[in-house]
Design a protein around this ligand. Structure first.
Ligand code: GLU
Length: 357
């Protein structure tokens, strides 16, 4: 006859076996999220908690995931380090790498959603670029932080946790690339860094956020109409070559030397961050004519943070040979023009892209 102790041991082993099988079954059912890490403050380490100075992109992705153990209950997380840069050093090569890897992950069904950790300085540009080249309906959510991981009240862990809750939420599907930051959810096309230092760094001046992440929950208020069109303008491959498009800022009494320098460099496109409704002075006007004559596509955008640049309004674009950015910021107009120019130099077709995407 077995002793009570042995019976108890058997029962306990059985129970533990059941628990682990249950845990494995449960974890199998959790959505699979791959975190693609690129660096930024969220992975930044400073010399001390009370000082703002730090080096971006120092903390590896595994350590970042380790700061939010609660996430294991909502997703099966794996991480990949794609780059380790402050996002002021973001490059078109890293964008390409990200786009190709994301499309591969979804094509091979390696994950249900992707979260990208990224510095905040150019996060809006990466988000919009990816929005234009990732055709999948599956969620892609960017996030970052304003305070390094070593700071008092570091915002990285909360932002990362929220971004994962957004990524695994069933209502996130089909919304294109999003930015999740400080409990706000922003459309890639609309989002903009609004503050250099505050933790509430992002906003969408034209539309507001599309939703909110709070208490581990996600609530959407609106959907970008342009996201309903899932057809992306460009397919990125390792061989894709991007034309050169530069941005020139307009200000009172600005000389047009920079435009002439770019004509000399034989760039493919110039976006003018104009004043007001995409306006510029007489010196710029003459230089723009020279650029157009040289075969450069010139797009009128605005340095104003909201509103649109209207075709044939104060400036007759047909006569001048320019196109307009609609309501894209100059930095995003540059991305769309760059992508558009990989397919066509036709102004009409390029202009259409600005009204569609
Ligand atoms: N300038 C760095 C970057 O964009 C740090 C800023 C940040 O991540 O908040 O990566």
């Amino acid at each position: 006859m077995k002793s009570i102790e042995t019976k108890f041991r058997y029962a306990l082993t059985g129970f533990l076996l059941f628990l682990s099988v249950f845990a494995i079954a449960q974890s199998k059912e959790l959505p699979r999220v791959i975190i693609l890490a690129t660096g930024g403050t969220i992975a930044g380490a400073g010399v001390s908690a009370e000082r703002a100075g730090y080096t971006a992109g120092k903390i590896p992705i595994e350590d970042l995931i380790g700061t939010i153990p609660a996430v294991k209950k909502i997703a099966n997380i794996t991480g990949e380090q794609v780059a380790s840069v402050g996002s002021q050093d973001m490059t078109i090569e890293i964008w390409k790498k990200l786009a190709i890897r994301i499309n591969e992950i979804f094509a091979k069904n390696e994950a249900d959603a992707i979260v990208i950790t990224h510095g905040t300085d150019t996060q809006e540009e990466t988000a919009y670029f990816l929005d234009l080249v990732v055709p999948s309906e599956r969620p892609v959510v960017l996030t970052g932080s304003m305070r390094p991981s070593t700071a008092i009240s570091a915002d990285g862990p909360k932002n990362l946790y929220d971004a994962i809750t957004v990524a695994v939420n069933p209502n996130t599907k089909g919304r294109g690339v999003l930015v999740s930051f400080n409990e706000g959810i922003y459309d890639a096309r609309e989002v903009m860094k609004m503050s250099t230092t505050k933790t509430n760094a992002f906003g969408s001046p034209n539309t507001g956020p599309v939703g909110q992440a709070y208490d581990g929950r996600v609530e959407y208020y609106l959907r970008s109409e342009r996201e309903i069109n899932p057809k992306k303008p460009v397919v990125i491959t390792a061989d894709t070559k991007f034309p050169r498009v530069d941005i020139v800022y307009m200000y009172a009494d600005a000389p047009a030397d920079q435009i002439d320098m770019l004509i000399g460099k034989k760039v493919d496109g110039i976006v003018i961050a104009g004043v007001g409704n995409g306006n510029f002075n007489k010196a710029y006007m003459e230089a723009v004519k020279r650029a157009v004559k040289a075969g450069i596509i010139v797009c009128r955008a605005s340095r104003a943070p909201s509103g649109r640049v209207v075709l044939h309004d104060e400036i007759n674009d047909d006569e001048l040979g320019t196109i307009v950015s609609d309501d894209l910021t100059p930095q995003k107009a540059r991305i769309l023009l760059m992508l558009g120019l990989t397919k066509t130099k036709d102004k009409k077709q390029l202009q259409e892209l600005f009204f569609k995407y």
